[in-house]
Design a protein around this ligand. Sequence first.
Ligand code: NAD
Ligand code: UFG
Length: 339
Amino acid sequence: MRKVLVTGGTGYIGSHTVIQLLNAGFEVVILDNLSNSSKGVVARIEELSGTGLDFIEGDVRDHELLRGIFAKYAFDSAIHFAGLKAVGESQEKPLKYYDNNVTGSIVLFEEMMRAGVHKLIFSSSATVYGDPGYVCYSETTPLAPINVYGRTKLIVEDTLRDLKKAEPRWQIALLRYFNPVGAHISGRIGENPFGVPNNLMPFISQVAIGSRPKLMVYGNDYATPDGTGLRDYVHVEDLVAGHVAALNTLGDANSFLTLNLGTGKPYSVLEMIGAFERTSGVKIPYEIVERRAGDLPEYYANADLAKEVLGWQARLGIDRMCADTWRWQKTNPAGYVID
Ligand code: NAD
Ligand code: UFG
């Protein structure tokens, strides 16, 4: 039985990943410090998968803790989701972000090395591309992030490229996510941001449930068809399927993968509002406000390489993204606090 350490496994993408891993027959141990997630997620993962898992509450920067975990379990691989992801906060608190995202990753890689575990999937982001001057990003698009969060991802990517050169036995996949949205079809797990959501989809769904009065649309004067920003939203279940495929593909012949995970089809903010209203039957009040600093008008993935290398392709469209988000929000108006 293949055993995987999933850091950040109670978070949004991690929790969906753990379910697919358990369903695919992997054994899973989650390490999460619960800085942006709830312990109640674990019981729901077990309920949905019908399988048990080990959950360890702790910090990925804790060398001793990690050493103990690697001594206890014979892992075959690790998927490293643990990290902080708020772009605005990263600009205000750079040390917190470099420490958590960069130091945390290095501690993990050191302890993997010590334990002889050399297979890794790392959560990177389309943010590593910055603002290349065109809108369709392939994996060869230059890397020049424009915020601290993006730079933490690039530093870890560079670290892993260097590690691979020095230690060829490592098998590594850098997966660059575009905009993950949606939730498990059961409505039992989903995105549960603490505080005011930064991202569009959780904000829309909190407006729909009535916990926020209206959505602020950041600018309608971009050079896009309806003036609002365009993004490549990808259903979390599709995104996660890319991780399972990467884990199964990593081997001697494919030992360093760098792949975009997106649909290749961008939607505007107004299109997302329209799709949410259509699938939920709930009106989303909104107001057009100033552009948000640091936002780009438009970008989306060229995801051809993931198709070629993994046979992976996003399957779920905008209506499923919205319907699944709404099912989760409607049945869990206050997130996981009921657990
Ligand atoms: P999330 O916040 O829901 O999950 C991250 C999890 O990591 C949380 O459960 C948090 O408690 C945990 N964590 C954070 N720091 C930790 C530490 N030092 N030790 C142990 N646990 C820690 O975020 P998510 O959306 O599931 O994102 C997962 C990964 O994907 C992150 O690395 C993020 O940067 C990356 N990513 C996310 C997006 C997105 O839009 N959601 C886009 C691109 C990349
Ligand atoms: N938007 C609004 N109102 C909101 C929130 C967002 O109008 O309340 C707009 C933004 O201006 C943008 C679009 O909705 O046009 C998407 O914004 P998000 O904040 O949901 O996503 P971003 O593309 O700005 O950034 C996200 C993550 C980053 C990640 C990046 C990867 O927040 O962490 O995708 O592409 F790095």
